[in-house]
Design a protein around this ligand. Sequence first.
Ligand SMILES: N[C@@H](CCC[C@H](N)C(=O)O)C(=O)O
Length: 295
Amino acid sequence: MSDRFLLGHGTENDFVVLPDPDGDRWPEDRLGAALVQRLCERRSGLGGDGVLRVVRSRHVPDAPAVLGEHLDACEWFMDHRNADGSHAEMCGNGIRLFLHVLVTEGLLDRSACAEGVLVGTRGGPRRVGAGPGGTYWVDMGPARPFGRGEATVAGQVFGGQAVSMGNPHLVCLTDADLDALDLTRRPAFDAALFPDGVNVEFVRVLAAGTEGADAHVRLRVHERGVGETRSCGTGACATAYAALAAGSEEPQRGTVVVDVPGGRLTVDVSPETTVLRGPAVVVATGELTREWLGT
Ligand SMILES: N[C@@H](CCC[C@H](N)C(=O)O)C(=O)O
């Protein structure tokens, strides 16, 4: 049996995708942190910000605990790993690519995508569907603020809003020149507020948004378990919430256009939920060699 892979991305947040519908190709004891790191290595591996294992929920040992009563409704599970091998609760770019792969691999009928399908994640179930022109949407649930924090980059301190999208974010709105930030190293942050680490967003608000026009922001992100990436879907959602919250005492509601280095995402925010929209692309498919795997 072959060890097939796909390479794909959502706004240049790129992933190695491993089809494993029946959970027998890449069980946890085979796809350990060391192999994930090797796969994501850009020179000696395939290269990626993370790995997505495409597996049925019933083959994932964690699934009953994280999906609870929704287990039976989620046929598929996005088993996400960061490039360092750690698990993340949620990945907004990855889950759009995940649905795209289910369709292109013939594991899901395209007609099921119009109204969306529930996909299991370690952050719980998420509804994902297909939109126009190669785009996908995902209902991420409500943004949950949990305090204020600080990030420090090369001695420069940025105040930010802590927001959970299932995974933790610190959104720092700033007038500083985003291009001048050195994100080659992890920003320092308050470990008491973020005991499991944090994804840090640096955001410039380009337009605050009015009754008739969407808000517009620009974002750079340093991701937990990866480093700087070209895009972060959950980060875009946390950013959209924080950008709207900064301008108002009212419950947050509105659409925010989020420009990331790898493209453009759109986020609809309401008190009830957050909907992320953006592209997903499969770049290549292939097969891992025995020589590289060492098996
Ligand atoms: N790039 C992802 C987020 C991936 C997980 C993140 N690094 C974490 O550890 O929480 C996205 O598009 O949301």
